[in-house]
Structures are given as structure tokens and as C-alpha cells.
Design a protein around this ligand. Structure first.
Ligand code: PGA
Length: 247
């Protein structure tokens, strides 16, 4: 199981950073869970550079540029040099800020070129009874992967994050049965895009209002490999409860 804590812009002071890092290390030590923190970039720099713990780090996004005269940009290469292992790409909050499928594909390539494992976020805004949303998800994945080599595609983690479930509370999250169906569907889509049988080994995770109340039921029998957790991972009380629920 992999648990990715997407702190977004919730965490802005060092006291909170310290509290959350202590909890993350405890979780990594006490369980077989791979714990990945995605802090704001400035904190990633200080935390990841001298990191010797089992906790790993993810960029929340990478720039579409590759360096040079680009004030304010945070490139994949710089994140890799700072000690990141993963990069979240195509998060719905970045897509809402202007990331198109084309930009997402470029960012995927930059991340992989510098040895970062991309965590590709896909998700529908809403569901329709005709299932058009499934085709939309398929196209988000295909457009992000099609310019990558087959070998690169096998490295990608797919984070299924339906927009209707993000930033709410556990009762608004997806239900276990629906998540099981979505995991099967996403693996089927990946099977069309990945070589041989490798889609069966792809890492598929879920994000959207994962909280201490629902994490165990969502983990049990849903066929997913982990979670991308937003608000509950940035709140020490809730994160402590999550650590407890998984330990
Ligand atoms: P949430 O966010 O857990 O606050 O719903 C998840 C995400 O957007 O990655």
C-alpha cells in the first residue's frame, strides 16, 4: 500500500511541518505502507535533501519548462536534485489553473526524464448515466501516456480522483463497491496502453475525501493500491487518526 500525503497549500508553518513529518515517519516504521509526502516545494527542499528515513517525497507539480530564463518555475530536474522521488501531475486543481492534456503529457515526459515517478491524476467532474465519464477518463490517461515509451508507461502511478469527491468529508467520498469497479475499469484501460501483462502490476490509487472514517473500508477489497490524501493528510489530528487506522 502506498499513501501519498498531498499537503497542497494547507501547510504553511514549520511547526505543522514537523508534526506531520513525525507522524509520517511513525507510519512508515510501524506498517508496510510506503509513505510519500508532497509538501509545498520550499519545504520539500529542506525535508528531502537530507532525508535518511523511509518516508519519500513528491513534487505537487512540475513545470512544463526545462530550465533557463523562466522566473518562478519549478522544474522536474530541480525537484529530482532536491530529493523528490515522485511528481504529482495533472491534479484537478492544476488542470483548473490551466493545465491541458497536452501540458500534462509534457510534464509527464519531463518528470520521467529526470527519474521522477509520475503520479498521474485523472477524474471526472460528474457522472452521467450513459457512462460518457468513463470515455473521458480513458482519454485523460491515453493522452498522458501516448507520447511515452512503453517502458516509461509501466512506471506511471494512476491516481483516480473524481472531482465531485475532492475536498469534502468521508460521506461524500466514493463508496467501496464503486471504487472496486473503477479500479477494474482503469486497469482495463491501462492494459490497452501498456505492454504485455504489465497493467496488472500498475499502481492505481484513489483520492477524494479520504479520512480516518473511511480509509479502512476503502482499502479493503477495493482493488486499489493506495491513496492520495489531501486535507486529512495536512491536519495533524486527522493524520494521526489515519496513521492509527492503518497501523
Ligand atoms: P482531499 O484531496 O483528500 O482533500 O479530498 C485529495 C486531492 O485533491 O488530492
Amino acid at each position: 500500500m502506498i499513501l501519498i500525503a498531498n499537503w497542497k497549500a494547507y501547510v504553511e508553518d514549520r511547526k505543522r511541518v514537523r508534526e506531520l513529518v513525525i507522524l509520517a515517519k511513525r507510519l512508515a516504521r510501524a506498517t508496510r505502507t510506503a509513505v510519500v509526502l508532497a509538501p509545498p516545494a520550499v519545504f520539500l527542499g529542506t525535508l528531502a535533501t537530507h532525508n535518511t528515513s523511509a518516508v519519500q517525497f513528491a513534487a505537487q507539480d512540475v513545470s512544463v519548462t526545462t530550465g533557463g530564463a523562466a522566473t518562478g518555475e519549478l522544474t522536474a530536474q530541480a525537484f529530482a536534485a532536491a530529493g523528490a522521488t515522485y511528481a504529482i501531475i495533472g491534479h484537478s486543481e492544476r488542470r483548473a489553473a490551466g493545465d491541458t492534456d497536452t501540458l500534462v503529457a509534457k510534464k509527464m515526459a519531463h518528470a520521467l526524464a529526470h527519474g521522477l515517478i509520475p503520479i498521474l491524476c485523472v477524474g471526472e467532474r460528474e457522472r452521467d448515466s450513459d457512462g460518457h465519464y468513463l470515455a473521458g477518463l480513458r482519454s485523460q490517461i491515453a493522452l498522458a501516456l501516448e507520447s511515452l515509451t512503453l517502458k516509461e508507461r509501466t512506471k506511471v502511478i494512476v491516481a483516480y480522483e473524481p472531482l465531485w469527491a475532492i475536498g469534502k468529508t468521508a460521506d461524500h467520498a466514493i463508496k467501496e463497491d464503486d471504487l472496486r469497479e473503477m479500479a477494474l475499469y482503469l486497469r482495463k484501460v491501462l492494459a490497452e496502453l501498456l505492454p504485455g501483462q504489465s497493467a496488472s502490476r500498475s499502481t492505481i490509487i484513489y483520492g477524494g475525501s479520504v479520512e480516518p472514517e473511511n480509509i479502512r473500508s476503502l482499502a479493503a477489497g477495493s482493488g486499489i493500491d493506495g491513496f492520495l490524501i489531501g486535507h486529512a493528510s495536512a491536519n495533524p489530528e486527522q493524520f494521526r487518526e489515519i496513521v492509527r487506522a492503518l497501523s
